[in-house]
Design a protein around this ligand. Structure first.
Ligand code: ZN
Ligand code: ZN
Length: 497
């Protein structure tokens, strides 16, 4: 669409009363904002859909005239979605500046060559002629329920400390990192802080890089906050238009939000793709209100964050022990020679083979992590000669869910996997091995997460964790040190028996 600034207002071409010079929105020097007219009878449906969002015209099921009258009465704002600075383009929605992400096409809407962002294309195309629309009127009034939190569980000592720090972060609108070991029970640590925010009518978001986690958290939060409106957002979810006090979303979905949340939680900050994707980190920033509370949750902060914690540059709290008060299983390093060469000859190093045979004979289930799919596919038939029910799984595997379920049902003695199962899955009683722990894919955080799969249940708090390698790496050493350190701190703080 093309626009003109007419009578100090932005007017879309179809609504101009006379012929004026029009431009794609990105080419206009400034877009005037309108003062709020408190007597304007605004449309509450538009308010519901648009509050805290930044949407495209295509995403708003309202007539252009109605949108425009809301703008003219100060209830919404048009912003450029692509900022053009000379030859450089910046995507205002996802923050991308890298020229490689921009492309041009002959656009039917503005009848010019239009620049668009490919980085956030999956959320609908933003181009130099598409405005981002956000609400500037009053927010829908929140009516906090009398009893917000419906949870009868209890917190471990470590969880309690972290929980009160989260409440404090909410009350003082500050930033906090919760560094909780795998199996510490980090979700429960959020309940009191979220309840405190909701009680004040604040809007809360729990964002996570992975759809699986959204799907797992949604029913838990619905049970714990039964009187709160909750939106669950991921690619293809049905809650897109819902205005909710509590939003559980993938970090991708935050690209549609703008200054929405008073309290933002980012779960698994270290997980792919958030950890490597600047656009998602930008999305978190955009989706929060300025000066709002921000809590990060992770079991494995990266080196930089660990340093910042040590040097007291970052506010953090650790939960160094699991809720069941047993220490974390410590990985054992076992040199296995050139295992890839063995695989090529359809063989396995004898110590690896013995480890696997031992699990099969004892009936103890195990996860075996392998760096690459091709290596795993080579290994699978070898192991199936030992036991026909051994399976393998990877990210693109169409039967991924079924296979994980079979593992849960104990129908699979050994499950071979890529890093896809490094986090998020809990089997109560398993041993864990990594074949080729020296591979670059096994970063410190991946190895800590993998080791964290063992000993999760209080009935089976230990578990064997073996890293088979062809040359120890720094990541391996750092991962083991991190686990040892957490066990030591847990002991000092009286969190272990
Ligand atoms: Zn973009
Ligand atoms: Zn265009």
């Amino acid at each position: 669409m093309r626009f003109a600034v007419y009578n100090n207002r932005l007017v879309p071409e179809p609504l101009l009363p006379s012929a004026e010079k029009t431009e794609p929105i990105s080419k206009l020097p400034t877009i005037p904002l309108q003062p709020l007219n408190p007597d304007f009878p605004f449309n509450p449906d538009l308010q519901t859909i648009l509050t805290g969002k930044q949407l495209l015209l295509d995403e708003l099921p309202f007539e252009l005239e109605e949108i425009q009258t809301h703008y003219e009465n100060g209830f919404l704002a048009y912003r450029k979605s692509i900022e053009l600075k000379g030859k450089q383009a910046i995507c205002i929605r996802c923050g991308t500046k890298d020229p490689a992400w921009f492309a041009s096409y002959p656009c039917a809407r503005c009848k010019e060559s239009c620049t668009y962002c490919r980085q956030c294309l999956m959320m609908g195309r933003v181009s130099s002629c598409t405005p981002l629309i956000s609400w500037t009127g009053p927010e829908p009034e929140a009516q906090p329920a009398e009893r917000i939190l419906n949870w009868a569980g209890s917190l471990s000592k470590g969880q309690k400390e972290a929980s009160s720090r989260v409440v404090e972060a909410v009350e003082t609108d500050s930033e906090l990192l919760v560094w909780a070991v795998c199996g510490a029970g980090k979700t429960e640590v959020l309940f009191a802080g979220i309840a405190a925010a909701l009680a004040e009518g604040k809007r809360v978001c729990v964002a996570t890089p992975r759809t699986d986690v959204v799907l797992e958290l949604t029913p838990r939060f619905k049970a714990v906050f039964p009187h709160t409106t909750i939106a669950s957002l991921y690619g293809g979810s049905e809650d897109r238009q819902k205005h909710a006090q509590l939003t559980i979303a993938t970090t991708h979905q935050l690209l549609r939000f703008y200054q929405a949340f008073d309290f933002m939680v980012v779960d698994e900050v270290d997980a792919f793709p958030y950890s490597v994707d600047a656009a998602l980190q930008y999305a978190v920033k955009q989706a929060r209100k300025q000066g709002s509370a921000l809590v990060f949750l992770t079991a494995t902060p990266n080196q930089k964050w660990q340093q910042e914690c040590l040097s007291k540059k970052r506010a953090f709290v650790t939960i160094p022990a699991r809720y069941h008060r047993f220490p974390l299983p410590v990985p054992v390093f076992v040199w296995c020679g050139n295992w890839q060469k063995h695989l090529q000859k359809n063989k396995l190093p004898s110590n690896v083979l013995n480890w696997i045979k031992h699990r099969i004979n004892s009936g103890n289930q195990a996860l075996v992590f392998v760096p690459q799919i091709e290596q795993m596919e080579k290994l699978l038939p070898l192991l199936q000669t030992l036991h026909p029910d051994i399976l393998s799984v990877h990210a693109e595997d169409p039967y991924r869910k079924e296979k994980v379920q079979k593992m849960r049902n104990k129908e699979v003695p050994i499950l071979l996997t890529t890093t896809i199962l490094e986090r998020g899955v809990t089997f109560p009683n398993i041993d864990v091995a990594v074949l080729g722990a020296e591979d670059r894919i096994f970063a410190e955080s991946a190895l800590v997460q993998i080791a964290g799969r063992a000993g999760r249940s209080k009935n089976f708090p230990s578990g064997d964790v073996t890293f088979f390698h062809y040359g120890k790496t720094e990541a391996m050493v750092r991962a083991r040190n991190q686990i040892l350190k957490m066990n030591q701190v847990g002991k000092q703080r009286g969190l272990l028996d």
